[in-house]
Every structure is written in structure tokens, then in C-alpha cells.
Design a protein around this ligand. Structure first.
Ligand code: MTE
Ligand code: MO
Length: 221
């Protein structure tokens, strides 16, 4: 049984079409469709119960309701996205709250350097805090002018355009601030810890534990 990382390693790298160098990362193919990829089932929510929780290296834990997040300033972003399974999509349009605008409301301890993003169902992905403070890092609730669909992460997903798309966790539920880095789900399963698509940071080089049939929920819209 091939793991996801092993399968991608075996896939043939496409040639970058002329004129797209610099914008299309190496080994990627452009798509107009919007693939749907995730582990497990699409979660269902009672929005009266839904929260986004912040904990770890913070002076105070904070829990946001959806209403509180919706009341924060809105930001719209048009950006390219790149998935490690070799598709990229240009000019995707998102609306949400800048991570930075939420960060300002928190009392994160100075010794915190990393964030573990917690999402349903039992998904985690790790990033340096610095990578979340840019002006294109969103907690997104709209795509192309419409509310996110369930499959693309409604009610709230992270958008981190400069890293492979597995870092853009769907169905986010919490941020854990950490002094030391710790690998998330794909980062423990053969994928790169940082994941810069322009440097082709796809794999970790370690042994892989996850068979492909455990992530077969692949779909498009
Ligand atoms: N909660 C959660 N978020 C997730 C995943 C997941 O399995 N669970 N998969 C990641 C991966 S591997 C990819 S490529 C993108 C896909 O997002 P999309 O389905 O909107 O294209 O979601 C990321 N976010
Ligand atoms: Mo992915």
C-alpha cells in the first residue's frame, strides 16, 4: 500500500509551461477546478456551540464565538494556491479576518514561536508564528463571494497561500501557541515541516505511516 507521500514521489513532475515560471511553482500543474481533499468526514456544526479556542503560551486563554469573529474587520484577498499533490490554482478570491487582526487581541507570551493549528476532525498543522502575521493570512469564511462550502472548510478555514495547501487547515477550531515546534498531521506522515512550494519542500525524507486508502476523500467542484 502506497502512502500519500510515496504516491506523490512516484508521480511524474510536469514541465512548467512557458511564461508561468516564477508564478507556477516547480512541479505543479494549473487547474481551473477546485479539488477537495481531506482526512475523515466533513464535520457538521451547531453554530451555537461552535468556538475557536486559543491556548498554550498565552497570558490568558481566549474562546471566540463565530459572532465575535464575524464582528472583526473583513479582508478580501486574491491569491494563488498550491497543493502538494501537484495542482495549483491562480487568482482564488477569499474573504475573512486576518490572522494578524486576531493576534492583536491575544496576549501571546514573547517566548512563543510556533502555532499548532487545530482543526476537525483531529487535523493539526504547525507553522512558525511569523508565517501567520503577513497581510495575506486569513481565517476565511468566504470563497468567490459566497460562504465557504462545507467541503472547503465552512464555517472557518485558514488560508496560508505561501505554503503548500495542507497548511491551510479547513474547519479550524483552535490555535495552540508553542515555544518549541511540533509536527502536525501530514508533517508526521512524510511531508515537509515547512512546505515552501517554490523550494519544492514536499517531503520530510522520513518513513511514512499512512496508507493511501486512509485519505481517499478526493472530489472536485
Ligand atoms: N481539517 C482539515 N483541513 C485540511 C485537510 C484535512 O484533512 N483536514 N487537508 C488539507 C489538504 S492536504 C489540502 S490539499 C487542503 C485542501 O483544501 P480544499 O479541499 O479546499 O481544496 O486542505 C487542507 N486542510
Ligand atoms: Mo493536500
Amino acid at each position: 500500500m502506497l502512502t500519500k507521500a510515496e504516491r506523490i514521489k512516484k508521480s511524474k513532475a510536469p514541465q512548467t509551461p512557458n511564461g508561468l515560471e516564477g508564478r507556477l511553482p516547480p512541479g505543479q500543474t494549473l487547474t481551473d477546478r477546485f479539488p477537495i481533499l481531506h482526512e475523515g468526514e466533513v464535520p457538521r456544526y451547531d453554530m451555537n456551540e461552535w468556538t475557536l479556542r486559543v491556548w498554550g503560551e498565552v497570558e490568558e486563554e481566549v474562546t471566540f464565538t463565530y459572532e465575535q469573529l464575524m464582528a472583526l474587520p473583513k479582508t478580501t484577498i486574491t491569491t494563488d494556491i498550491h497543493c502538494v499533490t501537484r495542482w495549483s490554482k491562480f487568482d482564488t478570491a477569499w474573504e475573512g479576518v486576518l490572522f494578524r487582526d486576531v493576534f492583536k487581541l491575544l496576549k501571546v507570551k514573547p517566548e512563543a514561536k510556533y502555532v499548532m493549528v487545530h482543526a476537525d476532525n483531529d487535523y493539526e498543522t504547525n507553522l512558525p508564528i511569523e508565517d501567520l502575521l503577513g497581510d495575506d493570512i486569513l481565517l476565511a469564511y468566504q470563497y468567490n463571494g459566497e460562504p465557504l462550502t462545507d467541503k472547503h472548510g465552512w464555517p472557518l478555514r485558514l488560508l496560508v497561500p505561501h505554503l503548500y495547501f495542507w497548511k491551510s487547515a479547513k474547519w479550524i477550531r483552535g490555535f495552540e501557541f508553542m515555544k518549541e515546534d511540533r509536527p502536525g498531521f501530514w508533517e508526521r506522515n512524510g511531508f515537509h515541516n515547512y512546505a515552501d512550494p517554490f523550494k519544492e519542500q514536499r517531503f520530510s525524507g522520513e518513513d511514512l505511516g499512512l496508507p493511501e486508502d486512509e485519505w481517499h476523500h478526493k472530489d472536485y467542484d
